[in-house]
Each structure stands twice: as structure tokens, then as C-alpha cells.
Design a protein around this ligand. Structure first.
Ligand code: SF4
Length: 211
């Protein structure tokens, strides 16, 4: 089970995922924003897993966060949970499916899907994205997915089938690199297929280029 794998990974020394850090405590586990690692006593304490869902929903200015991988989580809080199951659920509220995706990729049960395949599946108002050229696609991904301000996921897909994402900085494609720049023992936070927001950005790019 994923929670058992998470417990094993914590014992191995992993203590971070995206902007989050976690630690074992005398009563279970603590989960907090990395920027509070030295100031936990000054943060607001939460004790329900459901609080994670609410914290993950808005940034520090109260704006909705449509992209869960965006590096704009609010800080100033700590969630105390009693069990590894609760920690796993809280992490899933912040980064849905992230741990399962990593474990599946590691085990070889899930594979990256190239951007062309994702776009060729689009219908209706997004069908136009099928016409995105390779160059437009590369420029779009470099901008819309960059770790400094856009998304902390590590990209493992290329533009075409069997192509590596070698148009990106090597650090953006390396699961062992902590995308926050904190050099922590972070669990890989993978992107195995372009998300809906990137597809929507591709549509906007196509509309701009045709106007
Ligand atoms: S495509 Fe992947 S890396 Fe890019 S914004 Fe979406 S989730 Fe993040």
C-alpha cells in the first residue's frame, strides 16, 4: 500500500515533497511549508487532514490555486497528524496522486505520455492544439512549466513519442533534483503527461498566433 511505501521512504530519509516538508514527532507526524522549518513554534497548528485541502486551495493572497504544483502555497501553518495514513492523505490534498505516481513510475507500471499524443486526443474547443508546431510546443512548455514560479513537477515526457524532454534544462527532467532549489531529500514530484492547464495554454497560444 502507498502509505506503507511512504513510511519506508521516510525511514530512508525522504522528508520533502514540492514545497512541503514532513517529520516524525512524538505523537505522529508534522507537515509544514519548508520556509517554516525553523519557526514551527510561531505557526498556526491544525490537527485535521481536511485542513490540508483548505490550505492547498488558496495562495497567501487568498487567490485560488488552479495548479497544485505551482510554488505558491501559503506558509505559516503546521499540520499535526497521528498516523502515516493521515500524512499520506494530507500530502494527497496538496499534491494529488504525487506519491502514487512516483511509486508507479519507479515500479514501471506507469509511463510518460508525449505531448503530441495528449494534444492529438483533444476535441472540441481544444482540438486546435493539434496544430501546435514542435517549436511552439517547446517554447510554451519552457515558459508554462518552469520551476521558478510556474510548476514544481519534474517533466519526463517529450514533444514526440520516444523523445526525451531535452529542450528543457536538465534539472527540470531529473527526478533526483529538488525543484525548489532547497537541495532536500525530496520525493520525486513527477509530471508524466501534460496537464489541462498546459493544454489550455496551448489553445491560447494557437489563438494568438492566428490573430
Ligand atoms: S504540464 Fe506538468 S509540469 Fe507543466 S504545468 Fe502542467 S503539471 Fe506542471
Amino acid at each position: 500500500m502507498i502509505k506503507d511505501e511512504l513510511a519506508r521512504l521516510i525511514k530512508e530519509g525522504y522528508n520533502a515533497l514540492g514545497e512541503l516538508e514532513f517529520a516524525e514527532s512524538t505523537s505522529g507526524y508534522l507537515l509544514y511549508h519548508w520556509s517554516n522549518r525553523n519557526s514551527l513554534a510561531e505557526t498556526r497548528i491544525y490537527r485535521s487532514v481536511e485542513d490540508a485541502r483548505q490550505i492547498a486551495r488558496y495562495d497567501s493572497r487568498g487567490a485560488y490555486r488552479p495548479l497544485k504544483g505551482a510554488p505558491n502555497l501559503p506558509n505559516g501553518w503546521v499540520i499535526e497528524v497521528a498516523t502515516i495514513d493521515e500524512l499520506k492523505k494530507a500530502l494527497d490534498f496538496f499534491y494529488p496522486g504525487a506519491i502514487g505516481t512516483w511509486l508507479g513510475y519507479h515500479a514501471g507500471t506507469v509511463q510518460p505520455v508525449c505531448l503530441r499524443q495528449t494534444l492529438n486526443r483533444q476535441t472540441g474547443m481544444y482540438r486546435v492544439t493539434r496544430r501546435l508546431t514542435d517549436e511552439q510546443a517547446r517554447n510554451l512548455v519552457k515558459d508554462a512549466c518552469r520551476s521558478d514560479g510556474r510548476c514544481l513537477r519534474t517533466i519526463l515526457w517529450g514533444i514526440e513519442d520516444s523523445q526525451p524532454p531535452d529542450f528543457l534544462p536538465s534539472s527540470k527532467c531529473d527526478p533526483s533534483v529538488d525543484q525548489t532549489g532547497q537541495n532536500r531529500a525530496a520525493l520525486p514530484f513527477l509530471c508524466l503527461e501534460a496537464c489541462n492547464l498546459l493544454v489550455a495554454a496551448a489553445r491560447t497560444r494557437m489563438k494568438e498566433s492566428s490573430s
